[in-house]
Design a protein around this ligand. Sequence first.
Ligand code: ATP
Length: 245
Amino acid sequence: MRPILEATNLTLHFGSIAAVDGVTVTVSEGELVGIIGPNGAGKTTFLNLVTGYLRPEAGRIHFLGRDITGLHPDRITALGVGRSFQVPQLFLSLPVLDNVMIALACAGRRSLDVLHPLAEPSRRDAAHRILAQFGLDRDAHRPASELPEGGRKLLDIALAYALRPRLLLMDEPTSGVSALEKFAVMDTLVQVLQEGGVTAMFVEHDMDVVRRYARRVLAMNGGRIVADGPPEQVLGAAAPQVVGG
Ligand code: ATP
């Protein structure tokens, strides 16, 4: 499989702290990569660098062979890099369906889609299709605030998915989700990603989730990648510096 993401020597300090310190990693199309490490290891900063929310001091980032280093986050999203957040970014008072239609309207803004009525039939149908993929269609007309935490997480990821990413970066897709819900959330998510041919990286503190779903694990500590391999190899080591808390 060809490389979809190539980060080379990525570095960013906050004052004297090396949040990301010379990170070099290549991810190929179709991979599902878990990123682990203790608090402050640099995981979120790495996602922020790839998605353009932060600019590296040094290093380059290539997406599908194109240098995207320092591009504006909107441009990077438009090129096909999606992002979901630890705290879902939703319009909580609006129905679930409207949240997806707004994302679709934003996705189409280069063709002036935002000037069309939000709920035009084709957009409404597309939003229902996405909700069905994520198992949320029966909740389409409920306010997003009424969804359980797992549903909110899935909806947040569905909004990123609506922008048709080739690479999706997720920050803790199961944080705050009950133990009962978390595997259902991940089962749905992995199925949608596979069906859509979307490559994904997810930051995760829950090692049960990482072990079960990641095909490859990157362990970070002190801004560096300290282990990179299949879960049984990286988690098998189970050193506290790798697993963290
Ligand atoms: P967590 O698991 O707690 O989310 P993380 O691995 O995602 O941690 P980062 O949030 O990337 O770690 O933080 C890496 C380091 O950079 C930490 O020492 C953190 O305090 C510092 N840091 C992150 N963002 C900023 C910021 N905006 N300003 C100053 N320091 C920051």
